[in-house]
Design a protein around this ligand. Structure first.
Ligand code: KG4
Ligand code: ZN
Length: 340
């Protein structure tokens, strides 16, 4: 079969987004995401509600992806799905659906690691977006993960640093919760940070050796700081919200950039890519760009729609694995703690 005319369906259901995407060779034809609103009321993702919502969403989301791509399911060459890491109940929905559909259509099934997806999203053909050359460093920053990965090839990746407790997205979201912001708070902190003074308040950076991260102490530092200030002035949050957001964001970005600098120094690699929901943050995007001047980096920032959880990144990994003939068997199972 020629590698010139391949259609692959990608399915993502690892957390609270039900997503499906069709890729034609390296180009995305459709990228549909149903974000589950239900979790907002609870200030975080409720696993049981997430899997129920995936059950309801998956059929219409896949149908819409096929429709938008203007193809029928019979034209598909393979089905790629997120095997892990993620919430088990959520992963099970996508995994079972992908297995049944591939079986029914008698086409190959391809398992995808969600974290590899965030990294390989950089290899989607997209005008105006350059693909990083190997080797490069990828920092994946999301609500569930914080990793620095040395990428020597599409499927030759080594995690060289990661969080020992909370993910960076949690640092945004939990700080936001303390400030009374809605969930997820990352986007609102980002918006308010643009209007505030990043040096108004100082938060100490956690001290973690090497390339690992820690964010649980940061969240506690924010909590104690707010409790202290509110005791003196009950309106402290309201009167200083933009400055607090700017200071929180400034500190978090400082932590991320410090580790990237160290990783670049240790490996001698100056091609730096980011991925994951937090890479939508305007401050980290700017800090990375500044790194080009300051540290001689070449930086790679994905298109906005490929940063937060999506199925296009699963479809591109599916396409790359399809070209390698790397298929899964029907007895494959979801894996909540799947490693790169
Ligand atoms: O990759 P993602 O959609 O889901 C996970 O795999 O976790 O990432 C979601 C995370 C949330 O913590 C959210 O607050 C954060 O990404 N996020 C942001 C921004 N947009 C999303 N954090 C900071 N600034 C943003 N603009
Ligand atoms: Zn993710």
């Amino acid at each position: 079969m020629s590698s010139q005319n391949i259609f692959i369906l990608g399915i993502e259901s690892s957390c609270d987004d039900t997503a499906a995407s069709i890729i034609h060779n390296g180009s995305i034809l459709s990228n549909v995401v149903a974000t589950q609103k239900i979790h907002k009321e609870y200030g975080g993702v409720v696993p049981e509600l997430a899997s129920r919502a995936h059950q309801q969403n998956i059929v219409p989301v896949v149908a819409q992806a096929l429709k938008k791509a203007n193809i029928t399911k019979e034209q598909l060459h393979a089905i790629a799905f997120t095997r892990g890491p993620g919430l088990m109940g959520s992963l099970l929905v996508g995994t079972s659906f992908a297995k049944s559909l591939a079986y029914g259509l008698n086409i190959p099934l391809i398992d995808v690691n969600h974290m590899q997806g965030h990294i390989l999203a950089h290899f989607i053909d997209e005008e105006g977006f350059e693909k990083p050359p190997f080797p490069f460093l990828a920092m994946t920053i999301s609500g569930g993960h914080t990793q620095i990965v040395k990428v020597d090839g599409y499927f030759n990746m080594t995690v060289i640093g990661e969080t020992i407790d909370d993910a960076v997205g949690e640092a945004f979201d939990k700080s936001g919760k303390i400030l009374g912001l809605g969930y997820p708070a990352g986007p609102e902190i980002d918006k308010r940070a643009k209007l505030g003074n990043p040096k108004a308040f100082k938060f100490t950076k956690p001290k973690v050796d090497g390339l690992n991260f820690s964010f649980s102490g940061f969240k506690t530092a924010v909590l104690y700081f707010i409790q202290r200030e509110v005791k003196v002035n009950p309106n402290f949050i309201k009167e200083n919200l933009n400055d607090i957001c700017a200071s929180i964001q400034y500190t978090i970005i400082g932590i991320l950039i410090d580790k990237l600098k160290l990783a670049s120094k240790q490996t001698g690699i100056k091609h730096i890519a980011i991925g994951g929901g937090v890479s939508a943050n305007s401050g980290i995007r700017q800090a990375l760009k500044d790194g080009e001047q300051k540290f001689g980096w070449s930086t790679y920032i994905p298109k906005f729609e490929f940063t937060t959880d999506n199925a296009a990144m699963i479809a591109i990994v599916g396409y790359l694995k399809y070209l390698d003939g790397d298929f899964a068997e029907q007895d494959i199972v979801a894996s909540a703690r799947l490693k790169i």
